[in-house]
Write a protein that binds this ligand. Structure first.
Ligand code: NDP
Length: 248
């Protein structure tokens, strides 16, 4: 039996990709999962799948950009299950374009969701974890939070921000509040993330990339999250840098 059975998790961006895969894995391990995103129909379908497999899940309509929506979602989860032991800050988006295209709407959206959204959920959950004097926060950065790629300048800036914030958060809440912080830095994962690329050249580039390497599946990333969660209480897996074997 796993040591995470009966714990409560909030997963943002649970309606697809890495978030949905992680929700399934955690629920199978006995974690009660709060499924947060904007597409409630997708969350309801995921909940049905989890319940069908004997798990426990709560659908939470949440826009991470809106602090009131985040606070209401956190209150709903605590009201239903009484605690929050795991926060998976996973919601994010990655429209690619060259800077001189000046797709400033997409730039601002990435900053809003990838950075401010993550700060909103962290701020909403932290008081509960501090009260519990326990918790584990996972922040989704990326290989793009370690190095910079052409066409991904703003995305890389947001993911570098996530990496930096995660490191600082770990230093501040680890010893003081007994909260573990893990920064996840995946390489290419086969999800809907690439569907948001509006630039035809970069869209083609991602399609070509998919032919050159075997992308990770969301479940591969979820397995690494389980590894960090199931580590003994005194062990903080600070970073998970997970790549397809043939990604350079
Ligand atoms: P998906 O597009 O499948 O998932 C993104 C999730 O984010 C969706 O569930 C979406 O839900 C949610 N989301 C977007 N905007 C908001 C919002 N305003 N409020 C709440 N939820 C929101 O992509 P992935 O699973 O790949 O992405 C998950 C994370 O992994 C992202 O942070 C991404 O940057 C990161 N990542 C992905 C990699 C990849 O190659 N796929 C590699 C490295 C990191 P909804 O639209 O229903 O709100």
């Amino acid at each position: 039996m796993s040591n995470i059975k009966g714990k409560v998790a909030l997963i943002t961006g649970a309606s697809s990709g890495i978030g949905a895969a992680t929700a399934l894995k955690l629920a199978a391990a006995g974690v009660k999962v709060g499924l947060a995103a904007r597409r409630v129909d997708r969350l309801e379908a995921l909940k049905a799948e989890i319940v069908e497999q004997g798990g426990d899940a709560l659908v939470i309509e949440m826009d991470v950009v809106d602090p009131a929506s985040v606070e209401a979602g956190v209150a709903k989860l605590v009201g239903a299950y009484g605690s929050i032991d795991i926060l998976f800050n996973n919601a994010g988006l990655m429209p690619l374009s060259d800077i001189d295209q000046l797709k400033t709407g997409e730039w601002h959206r990435m900053v809003d969701v990838n950075v401010k959204g993550l700060l909103n959920t962290t701020a909403a959950v932290l008081p509960q974890m501090i009260k519990q004097h326990a918790g584990h926060i996972f922040n989704t950065s990326s290989i793009a939070g370690r190095k910079v790629f052409k066409g991904l300048s703003v995305y890389c800036a947001t993911k570098h921000a996530v990496t930096a914030f995660s490191d600082g958060l770990r230093m501040e809440v680890g010893q003081k509040h007994n909260i573990r912080v893990t920064c996840i830095q995946p390489g290419a994962v086969a999800t809907e993330l690439y569907d948001q690329i509006t630039d035809p050249g970069y869209r083609q580039q991602m399609d070509d990339l998919a032919k050159q390497m075997t992308f990770l599946q969301g479940a591969d990333v979820a397995d690494t999250i389980l590894f960090a969660l199931e580590a003994p209480a005194h062990v903080n897996v600070a970073e998970l840098f997970v790549l397809p074997i043939n990604q350079g």
